[in-house]
Write a protein that binds this ligand. Structure first.
Ligand code: CA
Length: 673
C-alpha cells in the first residue's frame, strides 16, 4: 500500500469514534436479496469424463463460456451458452472430456450490456498476465515429498518471529549470488553467498533465526507486464488481479500456467524444509481496477461497496473497496485463504487494510483456518485508508481487536513511539532522543494489554488497552511502507554518524524484540539496508528496492546483534508471555520520573515469567543522546546486553548491581537465576 493510504489510515484509526458512517448505502441494499452459492465446484471442475463450469452471476441475462487453445490472442475452440440455475444465482455448462492444457473465459451480459471477457474470480491457474483461466492437472504441480510437507508448529503466536520480504528485493542484486533472481525459486537455492563468502538467501534466513517469512503479495497482480519481463518492472503487488493464482513474474515462465504453481510450491517446500513458515500478504480489500475488475465482470456491483449515489466507496485509497459483509464476498475470502492453506501449505495470512473487512468475516477466516492447521497465524493492518460505508463498530480495526478471536493487529503505537512519526521524516522517537514518548513505548512493551503501571491516557495513538491478549499484537519499527529504519535514522539524525545511527537501530529493535506480542522486522534492516531515502518505493526500480548484500560484510556486527537478539527471544519465554494477566503480574516497571529523566525505561520480568529459566530479567532502555544512570538492585547479575553488544548466552560478564550507566542510544539487559 502507498504512503498516501497510510497517512490517512492513522487519522481514521484514531478518529474512529467520530466517524459517522451509515451501516449500508441504499445503493447496496439490493444485493442482500441475491441468492448465494458456496459449492466447491464454482467456476471450473475437471471430472472423469467432463469439464464442468459454474459461474455465480445472479443478475446476468446471458453468460457465454469460451474454450481456448492458448492463454492469449487465439480464437476460441468452443463457444458455449451457459444455462441459468436461478435458485443459486449460477450459470452452468458441461464440456465433454478433461480439458487439461486449455484456457477459458466467461462473458456476462447484464442490463443490456455485454461486458468484457473475464477468467472469473476463481481461476486457480492463469495464462500470461492473467487474461484467461487455465485448466491444469494440479497433481502434477506438487514437488517431491509434498504430501508430507508441513510448516513449523506454532504453540503460541508470540513465539513467531516475522521477516517481511519482497521476492525481488531479496534476491535481485548481483551480490545475492542467487541464480533465480527475483523468482519464487530464489528461496530454494542453498549455499549462496556474498562475494566475500557470507550467507545469503535461505541460508541467511536460517542463520538469522526468523521463524516465518512474510512475503509481499504473491498472487497474480496487475502492474508488472508478464510479457515483457526483460523490462524489469517492479511493484509491491498491492493491485490484485487473480486472487487464487500465483503471480507470473515470479515464475520462470509466466506463459506456462503450471510453472508458477509448481515453483511457488517448491519455494514453500524449501522454506518448510529449513524450518521456516510462509505468510502470504493478502489484499482482498480492493481490486486493481474498478469496472473491469474480475469481480465487476462476473457480478456487476455485488462485490464492491458503494455510496448512496452508486459511486464506489474507497476505503482502500486505491479507487474502490470490497464488501466482506456480503455473503458471497465473505465466503469468497474464507474459501480463498482456505485454498492457499490447503493447496500451497501456507502458514499465515497478513491482511492488508484489514479494517475494510468486518470483524465477523475475520473471525470466520481465523476459525476456518484453525480447522485446517492450528499453527496458521492471521494478522493485519487494523486501519483503513479512507472512509467506508461499513459502520466503524463492525470494522476489523485495531481498536476492535478484542472483539475478534485469533487475530492480531500491527502496533503503530510502538512503531511511531520508537522512531518518530512515519509522516515526518525528521521527527525523532524515544530511541533517538525525543522526550515524552515513554508511556507510548510502554503501551507497546505490554502489547496494549491492561497493565496497572501503564497510563493509556498518555498514549499517542491509542488511549485504551485495546488488546485482551499479547497474541493480538504484532510489534514493529519498520516495514515495506515508509522509510526503512536506516533511511529514517539518516533523516532524523542528519548530523550523527552511521555508527551512532546503528546504535539507535539496535536499541529500536531491542525494544521490539523484547516486548510482549509478536515481533516483526523488515528484510535487510539486519544489514542496515536503505532505499536511498525513498519512502514510497512501491514501483521504484531495483536500484532503490534491492537489498545490497555487500552490506552484510560491511555491517557484520549489526547482523550478529540481530541474530543474538532473536536467539535471546527464542530462548526465553519471559519475552513471549501468553496472557494479559501474566504480563500484569510478571512485568514490573521501575519508577522513573520521565519529566526529569526522559528517554529512560526500566522494567523487570519477574519470578520465572512464563516458565523462564531466569528468575528475573532486567531490561533498561536509554534513548537519550547522552549517558544515563539507573540503580540496579544488588544481586548476582549476568550481563545479556550492554553498550551495543548482546549475547543470548549472557556471557558478557557479570555485575552485582548498584549505580549503572547506559551509553547513549543503548539497551542494558541483565539476568539472574
Ligand atoms: Ca500478474
Amino acid at each position: 500500500m502507498t504512503i498516501y493510504s497510510r497517512r490517512l489510515a492513522a487519522i481514521l484509526s484514531s478518529a474512529m469514534i467520530l466517524t459517522s458512517a451509515m451501516a449500508q448505502s441504499n445503493f447496496d441494499a439490493r444485493f442482500d436479496s441475491y441468492p448465494t452459492y458456496n459449492g466447491e465446484d464454482l467456476e471450473m471442475t475437471v471430472r472423469p469424463t467432463s469439464t464442468d463450469f459454474r459461474l455465480w452471476s445472479p443478475e446476468a441475462t446471458k453468460v457465454v463460456l469460451r474454450i481456448y487453445p492458448t492463454g492469449r490472442l487465439s480464437e476460441p475452440e468452443k463457444v458455449v451458452d451457459m444455462t441459468r440455475e436461478a435458485s443459486t444465482g449460477t450459470w452452468t455448462a458441461s464440456v465433454p472430456g478433461q480439458l487439461y492444457g486449455k484456457f477459458y473465459t466467461f462473458q456476462v451480459t447484464q442490463d443490456g450490456k455485454t461486458l468484457a471477457e473475464t477468467p472469473g474470480v476463481w481461476a486457480k491457474a492463469v495464462g500470461v498476465n492473467g487474461e484467461r483461466a487455465a485448466i491444469i492437472d494440479f497433481s502434477l504441480t506438487d514437488p517431491a515429498g509434498w504430501s508430507d510437507d508441513k510448516g513449523p508448529e506454532v504453540k503460541n503466536f508470540s513465539d513467531v518471529v516475522l521477516y517481511e520480504m519482497h521476492h525481488r528485493d531479496f534476491s535481485i542484486d548481483p551480490s545475492s549470488g542467487i541464480a533465480n533472481k527475483g523468482k519464487f525459486l530464489a528461496l530454494t537455492e542453498k549455499g549462496t553467498t556474498t562475494p566475500g563468502g557470507m550467507k545469503t538467501g535461505i541460508d541467511h534466513l536460517k542463520e538469522l533465526g526468523v521463524t516465518h517469512v512474510h512475503i509481499l503479495p504473491s498472487y497474480d497482480y496487475n502492474s508488472v507486464d508478464e510479457l515483457n519481463l526483460q523490462e524489469n518492472g517492479y511493484n509491491w503487488g498491492y493491485d490484485p488481479l487473480n486472487y487464487n493464482a500465483p503471480e507470473g513474474s515470479y515464475s520462470t515462465n509466466p506463459s506456462d500456467p503450471a510453472t508458477r504453481v509448481r515453483e511457488m510450491k517448491e519455494m514453500v517446500k524449501a522454506l518448510h524444509d529449513a524450518g521456516i513458515g510462509v505468510v502470504m500478504d493478502v489484499v482482498y480489500n480492493h481490486t486493481a481496477t474498478n469496472d473491469d475488475s474480475n469481480f465487476e465482470l462476473t457480478a456487476p456491483g455485488y462485490y464492491h461497496r458503494h455510496w448512496d449515489d452508486g459511486r464506489y466507496s474507497d476505503a482502500s485509497g486505491c479507487g474502490n473497496e470490497t464488501a466482506s459483509d456480503r455473503q458471497q464476498m465473505r465466503d469468497y475470502i474464507i474459501n480463498s485463504v482456505k485454498y492457499w492453506a490447503d493447496e500451497y501449505h501456507i502458514d499465515g495470512f497478513r491482511f492488508d487494510l484489514m479494517a475494510i473487512h468486518d470483524t465477523e468475516t475475520m473471525n470466520q477466516v481465523a476459525a476456518e483456518l484453525k480447522k485446517i492447521n492450528p499453527s496458521i497465524f492471521v494478522y493485519g493492518e487494523g486501519w483503513t485508508a479512507g472512509d467506508s460505508p461499513l459502520a466503524p463498530e463492525r470494522r476489523a480495526l485495531k481498536e476492535n481487536v478484542s472483539s475478534m478471536t485469533d487475530i492480531a493487529v500491527f502496533s503503530d503505537d510502538i512503531r511511531d513511539a520508537i522512531k518518530g512519526h512515519y509522516t515526518a521524516a525528521e521527527d525523532r522517537g524515544f530511541a533517538t532522543g525525543k522526550p515524552g514518548l515513554e508511556e507510548t513505548v510502554k503501551i507497546g512493551i505490554v502489547a496494549a494489554t491492561p497493565h496497572p503501571q501503564v497510563d493509556f491516557s498518555k498514549g499517542n495513538n491509542s488511549k485504551f488497552p485495546y488488546a485482551k491478549s499479547p497474541e493480538m499484537i504484532v510489534n514493529y519499527v519498520s516495514c515495506h511502507d515508509d522509510l526503512t529504519l536506516t533511511d529514517k535514522l539518516r533523516k532524523s539524525m542528519p548530523a550523527e554518524s552511521d555508527s551512532l545511527r546503528q546504535a539507535a537501530a539496535k536499541l529500536a529493535q531491542t525494544i521490539v524484540f523484547t516486548s510482549q506480542g509478536t515481533p516483526f522486522m523488515f528484510a535487510g534492516e539486519e544489514v542496515f539496508r536503505d532505499k536511498k531515502g525513498v519512502h514510497n518505493s512501491y514501483k521504484s526500480p531495483d536500484e532503490i528496492n534491492a537489498i545490497d548484500w555487500n552490506l552484510k560484510e560491511q555491517n557484520r556486527a549489526l547482523f550478529d546483534y540481530y541474530k543474538e537478539l532473536i536467539a535471546l527471544r527464542k530462548a526465553h519465554p519471559a519475552f513471549r508471555m501468553t496472557s494479559a494477566d501474566q504480563i500484569a503480574r510478571h512485568l514490573v516497571f521501575d519508577k522513573i520520573d520521565s519529566s526529569k529523566t526522559p528517554n529512560l525505561i526500566s522494567y523487570s520480568l519477574k519470578d520465572h515469567a512464563n516458565g523462564d529459566s531466569w528468575k528475573e530479567i532486567k531490561v533498561v532502555f536509554n534513548g537519550a543522546d547522552k549517558p544515563q544512570t539507573v540503580t540496579i538492585p544488588k544481586g548476582n547479575w549476568k550481563i545479556v546486553a550492554v553498550d551495543g553488544r548482546i549475547s543470548s548466552a549472557a556471557d558478557l560478564g557479570a555485575t552485582t548491581g548498584g549505580r549503572t550507566t547506559l551509553a547513549p542510544y543503548s539497551a542494558l539487559i541483565l539476568a539472574r537465576d
